[in-house]
Design a protein around this ligand. Structure first.
Ligand code: HEC
Length: 589
């Protein structure tokens, strides 16, 4: 007590020496500070219900949402481990002239990918086709897409008296394809949402342009919007809606496939004319409407026929290894579907919106559906996704890597991943999800075998397949060049055989144990492996040569309680050589 007083008394005498006005100001500041602290503490706990709290909370949310960026980070070249092989990516940010909004999102999406000669061609929202061979080789061509009537649409949308809730930027190029006709002529085909100014309505439209004989180099071509010839316009022309958004081009589907002879397939979405966002009956079930349907267009005669109905939004389409047509389809909340359609009939009903495995976005039963979460009585999907992943572009994999031969590769938007579907007969055997952390819009296989992705971040990604580095091949090769006594070499070989029972030597493959590929000189317990023991997590430092040697000789002495069992190593030199090997392995990636 005495000590406390002796500490306090000089403070008190200093306080007394201050002028009175300063005493007053300081006292007020101290009291005010305490009051504010108490207020803030109480505010966080007790005052949530009172007016100012909700007001301040609202302001806070407004500020956060205004400044928070929804921008998806740009991707860089990297490897993606998958179960059967490793993907390596070559990424280019493409300049399509589009600026992200203030939240970092670009809404003018869509676009299509195809191959012409050695080039991958991209038809982006802007309409000017780009030719690319790699991330370092992207050129603007003089090929322009057909006229979508975008100027007229924007004029209607921006008219002050339109009185409609327009969603700008939703008239898109939906797909783009280079085809070779049976007579050997080359054509480009574009599918898009077309606005018709005179009637203020929109259609799913397909147009073609023939390439001059012998020209398959995009840089030698000049194609203007007026050069395109419309070969198909869906009927009826869809009026602007009065509910939600006037035009929902994101629901167009519009994917193209070609059978190699004379038939072009088109997926035609329902544009949300589904009896929920419109008053009338669902258009996908209307036998007289070309929406919510898969359509076959005969290129020789120009005649089209409906192949199937009851579809919603099919953003991916591919002819499978079995010759059937596969479409990837958005469900609402749950029930994204992979549907299989026979090009030769029968004409089947795929259920939308009277049957769906999911619910409405509001988490209530679909008002149009006959049952909740059932697909009975209608053509069921090959497989469905719960919850929804927002499936997008699709390709059949051929000649990429034998392990993936015949599989379907489907992109996803919300889920930011590729989904590889292995089919066996007419069923899906499994789905492998390969995370990409970006919204994948289109998936295309180039004529040279590479898989090419087009993302909503305006990136082109070239993917190549690499075999999983096989330890069975890798270790003997390393051993051959190892300068060590025969005894050490022999022990190295037997011990490494033990290590690879648990550890992968491939980058990023952490299943039963952390991958050893990138251990060296990195922090202890810092890979993506999820099963680390507390003991190893608590161990500090990096995996240096000496640390590794010590750990391998006696894991439990190094980190008592580690899950890594002791692998008997008799010769310290062997442990040293393994540490040197891990340093070498790290340099391989
Ligand atoms: C029976 C399975 C098994 C075997 C065999 C095995 N390990 Fe491990 N290893 C593990 C597990 C599990 C962990 C994670 C330990 C923990 O979390 O405590 C681990 C951790 C490690 C680590 C630390 C990794 C990090 O991320 O910090 C290294 C290095 C390592 N092992 C190397 C080896 C080597 C080299 C061999 C062969 C001599 C070997 N292991 C044999 C299962 C095994």
């Amino acid at each position: 007590m005495n000590a406390f007083l002796s500490w306090l008394s000089p403070l008190i005498s200093r306080w007394r020496a201050l002028p009175q006005w300063l005493q007053l100001i300081l006292s007020l500041a101290i009291i005010g500070g305490f009051a504010l602290l108490i207020f803030l503490a109480g505010f966080q706990t007790a005052y949530r219900e009172v007016g100012p709290y909700s007001l301040l909370d609202k302001i806070d949310r407004k500020i956060t949402s205004r400044f928070a960026s929804q921008a998806i980070p740009a991707l860089e070249d990297q490897t993606y481990p998958t179960i059967l092989l490793t993907l390596s990516s070559n990424v280019a940010k493409v300049d399509t002239g589009l600026e992200p909004d203030r939240r970092g999102r670009i809404y003018q999406q869509g676009g299509g990918l195809t191959s012409l000669g050695e080039d991958v061609l991209l038809l982006p929202y802007s309409g000017q086709v780009l030719a690319a061979r790699s991330a370092d080789d992207i050129r603007a061509t003089q090929i322009f897409g057909p006229d979508r009537g975008e100027a007229a649409y924007l004029e209607a949308a921006n008219a002050p008296d339109s009185g409609m809730n327009f969603h700008l930027g939703y008239l898109r190029y939906n797909d783009f394809k280079h085809i070779t006709r049976s007579d050997g002529t080359h054509q480009l085909v574009a599918s898009y949402s077309e606005f018709h100014e005179a009637d203020q309505c929109a259609t799913n439209t397909v147009a073609v342009v023939s390439l001059p004989e012998g020209v398959t180099n995009a840089m030698e071509l000049s194609i203007q919007p007026e050069d395109w010839q419309v070969i198909f316009r869906a009927e009826p022309c869809l009026p602007l809606k009065t509910k939600h958004f006037a035009m929902e081009g994101q629901m167009a589907s519009g994917q193209l496939e070609y059978d190699g002879t004379s038939t072009l397939y088109l997926s035609s979405g329902d544009y949300h004319f589904d009896g929920m966002r419109t008053e009338d009956t669902p258009i996908a079930q209307d036998p007289n409407a070309d929406y919510g349907k898969v359509i076959a267009i005969d290129l020789d005669t120009g005649v089209s026929r409906l192949l199937s109905y009851g579809h919603r939004n099919m953003q991916g389409m591919a002819i499978g290894a079995d010759g059937a047509l596969y479409v990837s389809e958005h469900g609402p909340r749950g029930g994204d579907e992979l549907n299989r359609i026979s090009p030769n009939g029968p004409y089947l009903n795929y259920g939308w919106p009277v049957a769906s495995l999911g619910t409405a976005y509001s988490a209530t039963p679909l008002p149009t559906a006959e049952t909740l979460g059932r697909h009975d009585g209608y053509e069921p999907p090959v497989v469905a996704w719960m919850p929804s992943v927002a499936l997008s572009g699709m390709t059949l994999v051929q000649g990429f890597h034998e392990a993936w031969e015949g599989d379907l590769l489907i992109g996803s938007l919300n889920d930011r991943a590729l989904h590889r579907v292995r089919l066996q007969g007419d069923r899906a055997l499994y789905i492998e999800r390969i995370p990409f952390d970006t919204r994948i819009r289109q998936v295309h296989q180039h004529s040279d075998g590479r898989i090419v992705l087009w993302t909503d971040n305006q990136e082109l990604i070239f993917l190549s397949a690499e075999d999983l580095a096989s330890p069975a091949e890798q270790i003997p090769a390393y051993l051959a060049s190892l300068d060590a006594p025969a005894r050490v070499k022999a022990e190295f070989e037997t011990v490494m055989e033990r290590c690879i029972e648990c550890h992968s030597l491939n980058d990023g493959n952490h299943t039963a144990a952390p991958s050893l590929a990138r251990i060296y000189d990195n922090d202890i317990a810092s890979t993506g492996y999820v099963g680390y023991s507390e003991a190893l997590k608590d161990a500090s430092g990096r995996w240096t040569h000496d640390q590794l040697t010590a750990f391998l000789m006696a894991p439990d002495d190094f980190a008592p309680g580690t899950y890594m069992p002791a692998v008997e190593i008799e010769d310290r030199r062997t442990a040293e050589e393994i540490a040197t090997y891990l340093a070498w392995l790290d340099r391989q990636f």
